[in-house]
Ligand binder design. Sequence first.
Ligand code: NAP
Length: 241
Amino acid sequence: MMAHVEKAQRATALITGASGGIGAAIARRLGSEGYDLALVARGEERLKSTATSLRDAGISGGLILPCDVADPEAVHRMIEEVMGHFGRIDVLVNSAGTSRAGFFLRTRLDEWNEILRINLTGVMLTTQAVLRPMRRQRSGTIVTIASLGGRQGRETLSTYCASKFGVVGLMDTVRREVERLGIRVTTILPGEVDTAMHQDGPERGERRMRPEDVAEAVSFSLRLGPRAVLRELVLHNPDSE
Ligand SMILES: NC(=O)c1ccc[n+]([C@@H]2O[C@H](COP(=O)([O-])OP(=O)(O)OC[C@H]3O[C@@H](n4cnc5c(N)ncnc54)[C@H](OP(=O)(O)O)[C@@H]3O)[C@@H](O)[C@H]2O)c1
């Protein structure tokens, strides 16, 4: 439980993409472990229903923060609000993301730009903004949900894979710059997870891992003592390449 926070006060976890399949599972898991939650996504209604289902599970609903992670002004305001409310940020989970399938030859520039804006620029902006308070605290953990698509290409997902390769490179570099400040950086690369990101029916869904599997990996990385850093974790689907 919150092994990295050596303080009497409760630790705060800021989760982007908190209304999505994986983000909501992470919120449930960290909320049940005693973290105060700051929940970020663009759509307020879905965030509210995530908070309601947390409360139904006996977990405090958390602070709801509608925000586009790729909008620098909005991210700045959002971080100010979290700091004003909780006074600290111990954990950032970058889970906001998007995907669109299509063969590379048909990739349109506007779609390319939008996916890179959310998946890569969004992680960059949120991480940069959170590092300021974490640097003052001289502690914190940043967990980023990249993808197996950040390690190997997948047909019809060229833009998504390009964005996730970018995220893996970005966070590997950030890690090298901030570990000496007492800030841990973990990147998780899951294979296929059964969420709304896939719209190809229940049969394929049966073969995918569950969002709770990714939440378990996040929880494990946070439970490690301050002298152990899980830098990277690849979660494969059992029957994948
Ligand atoms: N599902 C998989 O198979 C899989 C595998 C590996 C990695 N991942 C990664 O895991 C992360 C979560 O995926 P998921 O499966 O949970 O997807 P999801 O169910 O579609 O959820 C995506 C979440 O991101 C939020 N979001 C999207 N664009 C945003 C923006 N610009 N600003 C703030 N929030 C934004 C969405 O809310 P709004 O639309 O309301 O903003 C939603 O909360 C993604 O980074 C994804 O690439 C997924």
